[in-house]
Design a protein around this ligand. Sequence first.
Ligand code: NAD
Length: 430
Amino acid sequence: MGVHSRLTGLRDLSPGERRALAAKSAGLDPGALDVLDPAAGLTLDQADHMIENVLGVLGVPVGVATNFRVNGSDVLVPMATEEPSVVAAASNAARIARIHGGFATTCSAPIMQAQVQVLGAADPHAARLRLLEARGELAELANAQDPRLVEFGGGVRDITVRLVPSGEDVYVVLHLVVDVRDAMGANAVNTMAEAVATRVGEIAGGRTLLRILTNKADLRLARARAVFDAEALGGSQVVRDIVHAAALAEADPYRAATHNKGIMNGVTAVVLATGNDTRAVEAGAHSHAVAPDGRYTSLSHFERDAEGNLSGSLELPMPVGLVGGATKVHPVARAAVRLLGVRTASELAGVVAAVGLAQNLAALRALATEGIQRGHMSLHARNVAVTAGASPEEIPTVVARMLAAKAVRADRAEQILAELRVGAGTAEGD
Ligand code: NAD
């Protein structure tokens, strides 16, 4: 049975009903997502085995983004985020992208790199060539650390050596270029780097110091593109204004930081939901946003295509995996991966890039039209109402009154609540 991502009416369902519908629409058993109920998720015992000095677990809302179509197939996307409006915005952008076929994604091979730093080589240029001559020996030594990875078709693909000047010193830095298949790969390549370090120092004629992966995962790229229909976006002026908004991000680091944060709203939410390392993906993304001239710029591009529609594209490093880390241990992460239906780390990387592009478009469209606050505020108002102590029955009234008064603030919420309760008290007393 194919997956259907165009789910309507989710707003009117309870979380349990939504889980059942999402599972059914993804072709899973009705109870496949039940571990997302906080009562059934990560146990204290499981958490205690994941990190040190465990005190408890943190609940983060997990929503489902709808309408996504990626490489011709529908996909339901789990997103873990505390920020209101992210899931709705991604779903809305995906609905617009569907008109012209959804998202097309590609990925490079899952290549991660580890660095080995050598200090004090007398002849760094010659040391570099000696290390390159020893490529076969070093690759064999590294591969011997992870026969499973080699069995799965991964392992060392290349060895490169860079000379990095720093003050009086020139560091010889060897890179192990490793295909990590369906792993995120940090542990895999770190083990390899540590294993070759002594031999690298001997060959280079220096002392080895750091042996660790680089999070600048620029050989492991995910790319997504989509055409967003001009009419659905609000017309040709909106398309032109979005192109201008994106152009400012390309030219101005102050805008680029916020533009890229908008992309990461989507990216990090899927990365977190699937138990992957959000910091690794974020470090990779921001290091990739530095242009060759050293300027921090936007990760995405928006152009007006020949038909007048908006053509959006995004490319960023995507070190995510399906084995290792928390992905296999965390029950919610496992359910999230099942919902996505991805079979390889590269498939996951492509979906994450598509969500990043959708999130980016949604923010740009809001900014180029009504501004970001309108959508944000109605959702934010719910949080303000809850914080002020509104009961589930009182929330809609408090939200509506704050929005009508254009005053979404704690003091206003408290005032409205006091008025409501006086009114209710009087009514009861009558
Ligand atoms: P891992 O070591 O737990 O699992 C990877 C291993 O799984 C491989 O080495 C391989 O032996 C095996 N494997 C089985 N099936 C495989 C398949 N189909 N494809 C590939 N490998 C397969 O995990 P990892 O991915 O090497 O490391 C990820 C973890 O490392 C994350 O938790 C991350 O947070 C952490 N970490 C990150 C950094 C960093 O980003 N700077 C540094 C250290 C650790």
